[in-house]
Design a protein around this ligand. Sequence first.
Ligand code: NAD
Length: 359
Amino acid sequence: MKANIVLLPGDGIGPEVVTQATRVLESIAKSHSHDFQFSTKKIGGIAIDETGDPLPQDTIDACLKCDAILLGAVGGPKWDDPNAKTRPEAGLLKIRKELGLFANLRPIITFPELLDASPLKREIIDGTDILFFRELTGGLYFGPSGTETLPDGQQRSYSTAVYTTSEVERIVRMAATAARGRRKKVTMVDKANVLEASRLWRRVSAKIMAEEFSDLEYEVVLVDSMAMHLLSRPRSFDVVVTSNMFGDILTDEASMLPGSLGMLPSASLGSSGPGLYEPIHGSAPDIAGKGIANPLATILAAAMLLRHSLHLESEAQLIEKAVRKVLAAGHRTADLVAKGTPSLSTTAITDRVLEQLGV
Ligand code: NAD
């Protein structure tokens, strides 16, 4: 298999973790005789510094032509000025739009070896295996918004959640298709008791599920209840599908179940073209440059890249198994141990993963 992979390291710990995940991809290419060509492009704060644009055209062009994209993270205090002309996050929103990446997949799996790293009780989280589908290019983050000054001098701001039938259909279909290969249950999360846009989600989703996926169990949960259920009975969910903002908040909440942000990958997919793979954590400016960032989320994102964009399922599983074995052997980065306990560096834990892969 020949594949062109664009690397977008970004800011903060982004370059550190992408370098390690690339080592893992290179080792898989070598051991399985694949030809992966990597090119590195700029996004986020570093792109603003060098070009004035958080997503330069050169990056867009490379991404449009490649087979898959591996992203680190963007942002940091240097670019936080609320009055700045542009921000690193604008690069992320734009690349999702440019590539039509309407679905964000976030697996939330608790690793048996890390159950005690979670702030939640082991008996509640043990066995959690949820696959979130968050809609990524519509809703409140992309609808009409603005600020106006009222005659009395007050400011009035608004953000609007807008969805169309086809935007809901395509993500519900993608989520339900994935559920068929899992435990055959779909949970759709909305706020249909209050929001008009959620009522569209409820109607469209019910129709698709009844007409095309009647073999699956289907339930609807209000987002406020879901926030509770995720903490009290996470094991009861299989595939969860929801809109952009609800997905943003619920997946960050769910990320606490496995214990560390440093373990969680995500994939952003469209109906065709390259997918974009990244850890769910940010650029962690507090630890950037110290060599202690946990690279496992990005390594697991690389596994998702092999699975979803290159259709190399067995290679993806090899990486996931290697990560589990590394954890089972007791190896940890600093974010996974109590303060003061010895831990491995970003590079050293990747070395352990490579050993498990047999290279
Ligand atoms: P963060 O995820 O960067 O960090 C939160 C905490 O988790 C920090 O203490 C950090 O050290 C720790 N952490 C995160 N990833 C880690 C890893 N791999 N290994 C060990 N520890 C890790 O979130 P934040 O501090 O709220 O945001 C920092 C910057 O990142 C901000 O500019 C924010 O806008 C940006 N951000 C970017 C993305 C993205 O690029 N997709 C996502 C979230 C936040």
